[in-house]
Design a protein around this ligand. Sequence first.
Ligand SMILES: NC(=O)c1ccc[n+]([C@@H]2O[C@H](COP(=O)([O-])OP(=O)(O)OC[C@H]3O[C@@H](n4cnc5c(N)ncnc54)[C@H](OP(=O)(O)O)[C@@H]3O)[C@@H](O)[C@H]2O)c1
Length: 259
Amino acid sequence: MQLRDKVVLITGASEGIGACCADAFRGRGARLSLTARSLHKLERVGGAEAVITAGDLKDPEVRRRAVESTLERWGRIDVLINNAGVGLYVPAWRAPEQDVRGMLELNLFAALGMTQLVVPAMKQQRAGVIVNVSSIAGLVTLPWFTLYSASKFALRSMTDGMRMELRRDGIRFTTVCPGYVSTGFQQNVLAGRPPDKLWRMRRFAITPEQCAHAVVRGVERGKRTVVTPRMGWLLLAGRTLFPGLIDRAMERIYHGLDM
Ligand SMILES: NC(=O)c1ccc[n+]([C@@H]2O[C@H](COP(=O)([O-])OP(=O)(O)OC[C@H]3O[C@@H](n4cnc5c(N)ncnc54)[C@H](OP(=O)(O)O)[C@@H]3O)[C@@H](O)[C@H]2O)c1
């Protein structure tokens, strides 16, 4: 897809990967509509031109406003990036139900809600791209992130299904699976903290700018799945071929043991 003058709606655009996606799509000449809770951060990212909708995306009314104000201003939506998401570092067997539901509301239901609002316009246009930001944790279950992994697996599965439901309407779907990205994500989690060993793996982290670049390229090239960094494919292959071995390695990280 050629991005000049295309209308791109990005959720979770006030910081991190979403804010860098806004910069990257603007750099390609796209028109932006941005949403997240923090108004002043969105205004800083969006500048004078972007449509801004501030509010909690778990609220259906906020989602409705984000889509309607975009359509009012630009008359169409070419790309939806469902990027807003949050983590939860609490073992599944004792995770507070309220936190689990809150995470699923944002990571899964908000993405579904935004998609349901945008699809009628895209069907009319007979074109559109919907990008769902999943995670490496949506390809391989991470034991320090069991329920977050579940939310990202569900998002990926939903994306695969809707791709088949809507391909004949000209709507394309891309799943993005980033590995460790150096953003405020680790600090913004709902509860808990990552195992110490994981902190030490920060040296393998990519920047949010690199991640955003991968998202833009994925949209331009019509990719089904973007894994960034590409090393993530190796982890998936390893988990598919040697599930027991990879599980043991994950367990050792989780329990803080030497590899
Ligand atoms: N960072 C990583 O290592 C990593 C790896 C794989 C996948 N991901 C995924 O990538 C996506 C972006 O992550 P990130 O690293 O950029 O995280 P981040 O820096 O914490 O940014 C999260 C964004 O989501 C918004 N947000 C959070 N809760 C919201 C809510 N209830 N309603 C509306 N907006 C909300 C935040 O803005 P406000 O606070 O202003 O609302 C912010 O703009 C997430 O889906 C995450 O799961 C991240």
